[in-house]
Design a binder for this molecule. Sequence first.
Ligand code: KG4
Ligand code: ZN
Length: 379
Amino acid sequence: MYKVRKVLPTGYYTMVKKNEQIVLGIETSCDDTAVGIVTGNKKVLANEVYNQVTEHAPYGGVVPEIAARSHVEHLDHLLANALKTAGLKWHDIDAIAATAGPGLIGGLMVGMVSAKTLCLALGKPFMAINHLAGHALSPRLVADISFPYLLLLISGGHCQLIAVEGVDKFKRLGTTIDDAAGEAFDKGAKLLGLGIPGGPNLEKAAKEGNAEKFKLPRPLIGTSGCDFSFSGLKTALLREVTVIANQEKPLKNKTIQDLAASYQMAIADCLVDRSKNALEMYRDLVAPGPNPTFVIAGGVAANTLIRRRIETLCEKNGFGFFAPPSWLCTDNGAMIAWAGCERLGNSTPDGLDFTARARWPLDEASTPKIGHGKRGVKV
Ligand code: KG4
Ligand code: ZN
């Protein structure tokens, strides 16, 4: 039996007025199978998410083949549930959007084929959505945020600072040269035996710990630019755990909590330092006017310490700050549907020959930092 989590605050389900554009969004790029339905004037009518965490837990991380099969198994039910929750029939849907990349290719293909089939059968327009654009535009679904804005996109596969200048206009200011922020959380959690989901589990353990207890490095802090690096921090945690394990086996709960808190603080310090440089770069490059805005998005943006630290940075530097609610930070279908709504008003639909892209940078003009080659840039 599968379990569906309804990740909506009460009050979001409302009646649809005539002539409002209704877009259904499908998200299958990693280990969340998700369907959302939103309207052009920002009503979230449904947001169904099935998280595959228990299926991947025995392997200590996401297994692409299991993820793809699980999407196949659950997508139909989620689509039916989303329509039911929204109180709609298929003919009420104006367009169908699906994540087309970047992500795990098997999962992307499941979502894309389902969306294309529905579009073909129903005669609706199809929108191929960049998953990162879904995150990047998500704050506009729940707040009155106009272009341009500065974005810190922190998720399991990505860590970037981006000037968002329009629905399809992104300028990358900085990116990671090795691991993403979410990857750092997940690998740290694995090392500490906290299991998956790594980020939320590590945050929970850190709440009880002393962040001053262990001195861990802050890679790239104090250097110019706004690129990130987390792999040295992860190695430092491994070294610390190895040393402690000589005297303490298994690690005491208190030690794990202190390590988690120290590690989380190091990640937050890195994000704040790099974001500070980005504020200046953004001001020079985009000239955003007297009231610039900084938003954070992606799964790691659900982290309370990171939200608070970036908010303080913005207050000190004259930037308005916005973080979406946590149900919109982690992967979901509403953000894909919303990106579809934004696109519908600005560009033509995509053809049914649009193929899934495992790699798909938001700013195609920026030079790759890692993972470049025939398939394009990874991060
Ligand atoms: O955006 P997302 O749901 O999927 C990707 O696009 O990758 O982000 C997932 C990442 C995972 O690495 C997860 O551990 C991390 O976001 N994450 C968190 C928290 N919630 C999710 N990291 C730190 N603190 C959290 N509360
Ligand atoms: Zn994501």
